[in-house]
Ligand binder design. Structure first.
Ligand code: PMP
Length: 313
């Protein structure tokens, strides 16, 4: 086993990585009720910075409200827990906050509604993938499958706005099957056969060189990177609209990309064995990816307000 030398924040105290555990019979593990949010930490000239920390914590609190988990912390306390955890774990690139019902329950309704909060800061490459070459799938340019069997995004079950463990099981099943078929990722459709999102990323198309389209917010997770692209677009001379994207339009789009905290802007070069555009990363996608990288590196004054500098808070 890897010796991971990290400290995880658990309800106000730090515990070693290996001790940040919950019981096998805990309510959240058995019922999928854990909520979480995932943020990126960047090494900048002003020290470590978390990209849009405040918005991530707002979404985390919103997930708790949707699922009905009573969080016993204010937003200021959660922000402080994140700051302390990043400071405690130098060299981190990922920050994950989770809340769960850690008690052992009989019924699905917890008799003990105490919610435990954990905050972890780490680097996936050195802390998790180290010593396991080839075990983790990563493609810098994506080949996607359109998932037609499972329409995953329905507001009348759990809204996709909640980052709750249970929302990831159906996409996991579909994506696992797609991996066996040689794809990197999948596109989930909504009930009207229009594009929704990927299991852990939002989707955009660029129908022309100066125009972006992304599916409406109702049936997708309100991605922070998605919001970032929508807000950056005008500064780059791009118009951006939210509207339904039928599958046929997706398949004909000259540029397609995914967005998410872990990679930023992620080019799609193939969908179901058809090239997207000429099968290479398109200009709009490349320009957005470069600008995004500049912003998260703390080198873009226009959008520096999105950077939460840990040592200055
Ligand atoms: N959709 C889903 C379902 C996700 O889990 C994620 C990852 N958080 C995203 C989209 C992308 O969101 P963000 O840009 O906030 O990482």
């Amino acid at each position: 086993m890897n010796e991971v030398n990290r400290q995880i924040w658990r309800d106000g105290t730090f515990v070693p990585w290996a001790d940040a555990t919950v019981h096998i019979l805990s309510q959240s593990l058995q019922r999928g009720s854990l909520i979480f949010d995932y943020m990126s930490v960047h090494d900048t000239s002003r020290g470590p910075a978390v990209f849009r920390l405040s918005e991530h914590i707002d979404r985390f609190i919103a997930s708790g409200k949707i699922v009905g988990l009573p969080l016993n912390y204010s937003k200021a306390e959660l922000l402080q827990a994140c700051v302390a955890t990043v400071q405690q774990n130098p060299g981190s690139t990922s920050l994950k906050i989770s809340a769960l019902l850690a008690g052992i329950e009989i019924d699905i309704v917890p008799q003990d509604p105490t919610v435990a909060v954990f905050v972890a800061a780490y680097d996936s490459r050195t802390d998790i993938a180290r010593g396991k070459p080839g075990k983790f799938h990563f493609a810098p340019e994506l080949k996607l499958k359109v998932e037609r069997e499972k329409t995953n995004r329905k507001p009348e079950i759990i809204t996709p706005h909640a980052k709750v463990a249970a929302n990831y099981t159906s996409p996991m099943m579909a994506k696992w099957q797609a991996r066996r078929e040689g794809y990197d990722d999948i596109i989930l459709l909504n009930e009207n056969d229009c594009v929704a999102e990927a299991p852990t990323a939002n989707l955009f198309i660029a129908p022309t060189a100066n125009n972006l389209v992304t599916p409406p917010g109702e049936l997708v997770l309100l991605g922070i990177t998605r919001a970032t692209i929508v807000e950056m677009a005008p500064a780059m001379g791009l118009s951006c609209v939210e509207r339904d994207i039928p599958v046929a339009e997706l398949l004909d789009a000259p540029e397609v990309f995914l967005t998410g905290t872990s990679v930023g802007v992620w080019p799609v070069v193939q969908i179901e064995n058809r090239n997207v555009g000429n099968g290479r990363v398109g200009d709009v996608t490349r320009r957005l990816a470069q600008r995004y990288q500049k912003i998260v590196s703390g080198e873009d004054p226009e959008f520096d307000h999105w950077m939460f500098y840990i040592d200055e808070n």
